[in-house]
Write a protein of this length. Structure first.
Length: 264
């Protein structure tokens, strides 16, 4: 069942979304050569706990997982596509890092992800991230009342395929609200004009995942969580939680706006 959220409930989701945005911003600010993924997890944990929020990820165990997730963030490096477990791995110059974070406040969830490079970046990595971000923006723009889910999915997939990238066909976005994962599913490829009709009040997480090598195949690591590209190529993952509204898409996990100085 798909629950349509009221404007007040979407406002409540925005509170959770701001916690996620703040946590991601803090992780990106602190990430540097020599810092471990566990260090980054603690940075996010501090932001979430400091806001009086709870983690949507810690101890989460969906049906595909054999063990609960052990961190506040998914920290995926280089050829890890998604669901990377925070470990003692220490970041190196040129690592491509994807951080996924979820938080809940008063029963409402937010979920978002970013990708970035540590230190000097290979132009190919920057192109991969930029393409994923453009695909996310296109998917968000398509999330309007009366559109079909296939419109959102096609907008994402079209950009990734045009750039020659692969993607894991059986992983994508999802509905979000009172639970982190709700109906409907949000594939990263689709046919325009097909699928579920979007209605005002729906909240979905749109999350492109692109593989630089162009192949779609991946495999699961022994940890039971991390998904890696089969060809060893690098991957980027970006995500926002988005509300479908009569006024256009509302990005619930958008970064907090900087304060504006007032001059007399």
């Amino acid at each position: 069942m798909i629950e349509l959220k009221s404007p007040a409930e979407l406002d409540a989701m925005r509170v959770a979304g701001l916690v996620v945005a703040d946590a991601l911003a803090a992780v990106r600010e602190h990430a540097r050569v020599g810092m471990s993924l566990l260090d980054l997890d603690e940075v996010a944990a501090g932001v979430i706990r400091g806001a009086g929020a709870g983690s949507s990820f810690l101890d989460y165990q969906p049906t595909f997982a054999t063990t609960p997730f052990p961190g506040y963030i998914c920290a995926s490096v280089n050829d890890v596509i998604v669901h990377g477990i925070p470990t003692g791995y220490r970041l190196r110059e040129g690592d491509l890092v994807s951080i996924d974070c979820g938080a809940h406040v008063d029963g409402w969830h937010g979920d978002a992800a970013i990708s970035f490079v540590i230190g000097r970046a290979d132009p190919a990595d920057l192109a991969l991230i930029e393409t994923a971000e453009r695909a996310l923006a296109a998917g968000i723009a398509a999330a309007v009342p009366g559109a079909r889910m296939g419109d959102v999915s096609a907008a994402v997939g079209r950009i990734g395929r045009a750039a020659g990238y692969g993607m894991p066909s059986d992983f994508g976005g999802h509905g979000i609200g009172r639970a982190m994962h709700e109906s409907p599913g949000v594939p990263n490829e689709g046919r325009p004009g097909r699928g579920l009709t979007l209605r005002a009040g729906m909240a979905i997480a749109i999350e492109p995942m692109f593989h630089a090598g162009g192949r779609d195949k991946y495999y699961e690591a022994e940890d039971g969580w991390s998904l890696l590209t089969a060809d060893g190529s690098r991957a980027a993952h970006v995500e926002h939680s988005v509300a479908v509204t009569d006024d256009g898409p509302r990005v619930l996990t958008a970064p907090r706006l900087p304060a504006v100085a007032v001059t007399s």
